[in-house]
Design a protein around this ligand. Structure first.
Ligand SMILES: Nc1ncnc2c1ncn2[C@@H]1O[C@H](COP(=O)(O)OP(=O)(O)OP(=O)(O)O)[C@@H](O)[C@H]1O
Ligand SMILES: [Mg+2]
Length: 541
């Protein structure tokens, strides 16, 4: 279906891919995994022809169509929702544009041409395109009344859904997606998981989301050592078997037959578990052909994330009173009163992610509330990891100069001092001198974390901290927050993170606050709280 041969990619001295040859076959879903900065996004851009490799070729079987989930959410702002979806099938959309233009300039000469084009259009099932697109949109929860709305007037979450419909429109033979779950809400992620699990064509998707990878992948494609290796099975299988491979390698003296037996036993157990699980789709037949030959121990490294505090905060941490916020007249939350105690680690939760983001933007002074006040204790200092970090990277500073922007003393301005923080986040040697605008998504977050570590605040504010990070970084981050002695306010879709860090849950609703000292699971499982939550969101709806 799609193949690459002798592909090499190099940036300066850094070799991302070294003579890679591989094939992606019909019917499979490949989950591309690899450390932050290993070259996943670069690889997808090469597949789709957006950038050229240093050497080597990409070959798509003739007559096959590839589509890519657009990451720039504002690219189609001047088009209507329905048109944006139709544009997902470029050939068809171009045909239609040509036909429309010829009609507009109608002449005898054009009649014949129109006829020809219409035959092609019909062959591509063009007449049904609009109703297909409309059905796709409705499936994704975009109501008919919005199908002719301009993209720029849609809210962020809905835009992502439209772009998803665009990518899926017309059943592409190869579908390419780079971290699709980052910008999606929980319900749309579930919908997408279901859709992809039953999709017959070739899917190539980059993700750091374990749950998502397990739900959709028939193969894991690991990028490591400048190569790409495919392994049958989902993420859990890859992970468990690579751990097993590493263990076996450590036990040099173990006999070959014993190792083989252990492997077979492992596969047997694993396959049985998968067959019993609820997602028994056609994809899962793949499991019969599991192989774990040649799994190498990974070269991934754990960053050292350690948050220290310049000083301990006093007893006054944060007081919020009567806070409310809205977007374009739509209420996000109101009547929010919070008294934060020393050491509290709080999951700030809302069904509407715009509400939590607005909350952080307000208490960090970046945006104004509609009503209400907030006051930080005078001994507190805050450092903030915003959801959108793009404005920090809108420059060409080297990473050393980039981080120096937040140095406050002579000592902190020294290159060795700054390199200490960059090194903890695995930017060492020449890596620390690359410019901030070429960074991968995860590398940007690692820079933001270096910045936070250098600020040594006693309050950490984190809006979706695990977005873009690889699993090694997420684990290191999670542990550091468990050990942190100051306060943390955070919002995350990563269940493990929420459950292991927080001792308190605060939910922001259009009708006030729910505030409980308990773990995230206790909160979510509590029947009374669930009833209360439903009521709180329903009242203003
Ligand atoms: N134009 C460039 N010049 C120099 N280095 C570059 C350039 N473009 C990308 N890089 C580097 O290439 C590496 C791979 O980037 P890429 O975005 O493909 O990573 P990724 O695997 O998608 O990472 P993430 O998981 O963080 O999204 C990164 O280290 C990045 O800084
Ligand atoms: Mg990437």
């Amino acid at each position: 279906m799609l193949s690459v041969s002798n592909l090499s990619v190099q940036f300066g001295k850094r070799v991302l891919f070294d003579e890679v040859s591989t094939t992606f076959a019909q019917g499979n879903c490949y989950g591309i995994i690899g450390a932050n900065g290993s070259g996943k996004s670069t690889f997808l851009k090469i597949l789709s022809g957006k950038i050229e490799p240093t050497s080597g070729q990409v070959h798509l079987e003739s007559g096959k169509r590839m589509s890519v989930l657009e990451q720039n959410h504002n690219l189609y702002d001047d088009h209507s929702v329905l048109e944006t979806v139709l544009m997902g099938n470029k050939t068809l959309y171009n045909l239609k544009t040509q036909i429309d233009a010829l009609y507009a300039d109608y002449s005898d000469e054009n009649v014949e041409k129109i006829g020809e084009l219409q035959v092609q259009f019909e062959e591509m099932n063009g007449w049904n395109a609009e109703s297909d697109a409309a059905a796709m949109l409705s499936n994704l929860g975009i109501k008919e009344e919005h199908h002719y709305t301009l993209m720029k007037d849609m809210d962020g979450k809905q835009k992502v859904r439209v772009l998803l419909a665009q990518a899926l429109f017309g059943n592409p033979d190869v579908l390419i997606m780079d971290e699709p779950t980052n910008d999606l809400d929980y319900e749309t992620i579930s919908w997408l998981e279901n859709f992809l699990a039953n999709y017959d064509n070739c899917v190539i998707v980059v993700s750091h989301d374990r749950h998502f990878l397990d739900a959709v992948c028939t193969h894991i494609s690991d990028i490591d050592y400048g190569k790409i290796n495919h392994y049958s099975g989902n993420y859990t299988f890859w992970y468990e078997s690579s751990q097993l491979a590493a263990r076996q390698r450590a036990q040099q003296n173990k006999k070959a037959e014993e190792k083989k037996k252990e492997l077979e036993e492992f596969i047997r157990r694993f396959s049985a578990n998968v067959a019993k699980s609820k997602q028994a789709t056609s994809r899962k037949k793949m499991i019969e052909k599991l192989n774990i030959s040649e799994i190498r121990p990974s070269s991934r490294r754990y960053p050292a994330i350690i948050f220290e505090r310049e000083r301990e905060a006093g007893d006054q941490i944060l007081n919020v009173s009567g806070l409310s916020a809205s977007i374009d007249g739509e209420l996000l939350f109101q009547n929010i009163d919070i008294n934060l105690n020393k050491g509290d680690k709080v999951v700030v939760y809302s069904r509407d992610s715009r509400a939590t983001t607005a909350f952080y933007q307000i208490i960090t002074g970046n945006e104004n509330a509609d009503t209400g006040t907030f006051a930080w204790g005078i001994t507190t200092t805050q450092s903030y990891l915003p959801l959108d970090n793009s404005e920090f990277f809108d420059n060409k500073l080297t990473l050393v100069d980039w981080l120096r922007q937040w140095a406050t003393t002579e000592e902190e301005r020294e290159e060795v001092y700054i390199r200490g923080f960059l090194g903890k986040m695995i930017f060492s040697g020449e890596e620390a001198l690359k410019t901030s605008n070429v960074l991968s998504g995860g590398e940007k977050v690692r820079c933001m974390l270096s910045r936070m570590m250098m600020m040594r605040a006693n309050i950490l504010l984190l809006d979706e901290p695990t977005n873009h990070l690889d699993l090694e970084s997420i684990t290191a981050f999670n542990n550091s927050l468990k050990n942190f002695k100051g306060n943390v306010l955070f919002t995350t879709h990563d269940h493990e993170f929420a459950q292991t860090v927080a001792n308190r849950v605060i939910e922001l609703t259009p009708n006030g606050i729910i505030d409980r000292y308990m773990t995230f699971d206790e909160y979510m499982d509590d029947k009374k709280i669930k009833e209360l939550r439903d009521k709180m969101y329903a009242i203003t709806a």
